[in-house]
Design a protein. Structure first.
Length: 211
């Protein structure tokens, strides 16, 4: 079969254009187009907020009959002896203890209340959520000094279809500002410079790779 020179050149030009288009798409897929997430984003003043389904130990000094272990209901409230339907979710343990103490002061003299969280679920607004092509998409409780690597370990890393370097971090504490994060470099290549701090309420979106 004979191919004309002009036809051969046109086929070559078409193949070159297709290759360039493929490279452009790959370049788009490998980055989110957002500014990189800041390496440091510590929250030293962060105080744990009680969340639904947390387990609380409520201790009333010298009043064991008023003490006990309770689980925060899905509506965010708890009930203890002599104190019913107290809103616990969204409060720190010390703030909740003061409120229970104030309620008890109406019926007993000089109560001293301590609230200790023994089972952590976290406040819904402060959970870190991983969605998309993570091995185990989920919501995890924020811990002080938590990093992107800590979160991804809990999520089990990336799937085989993930565009790790195209991932986006949405920072709720900054009004939903979006940052790019390099999960592939961090998890697959061991580039520790890609590790960044996370903050309460962050959302990590891992897109699917085009190729």
């Amino acid at each position: 079969m004979r191919i004309e020179t002009g036809t051969f050149l046109r086929i070559g030009a078409w193949l070159m254009a297709a290759a360039m288009f493929t490279l452009q798409l790959a370049g788009c897929a490998s980055g989110s187009g957002h500014p990189p997430a800041p390496r440091k984003a510590q929250t030293p003043d962060h105080r744990y907020k009680i969340g639904p389904l947390d387990t609380l130990n409520v201790v009333v000094w010298r009043n064991p009959e008023l003490s006990g272990t309770v689980t925060v209901r899905p509506d965010g409230r708890i009930s203890t002896p002599l104190v019913s339907d107290v809103l616990a979710a969204g409060k720190s343990p010390s703030d909740l203890a003061q409120e229970i103490q104030q309620e008890l002061s109406r019926v007993i003299r000089d109560p001293v209340v301590t609230v200790v969280v023994s089972g952590f679920q976290g406040n819904l607004n402060e959970l870190i959520r991983i969605v998309g092509e993570a091995t185990r998409p989920q919501a995890v409780s924020f811990r002080q000094d938590m990093t992107l690597l800590d979160v991804m370990i809990q999520a089990g890393g990336l799937t085989d279809f993930a565009d790790g370097n195209g991932a986006v971090l949405v920072r709720g504490s900054e009004g939903g500002k979006q940052y790019s994060v390099r999960l592939k470099d961090l998890l697959k290549r061991g580039d520790i410079s890609a590790n960044v701090d996370v903050k309460p309420g962050d959302i990590i979106i891992v897109p699917q790779s085009w190729f």
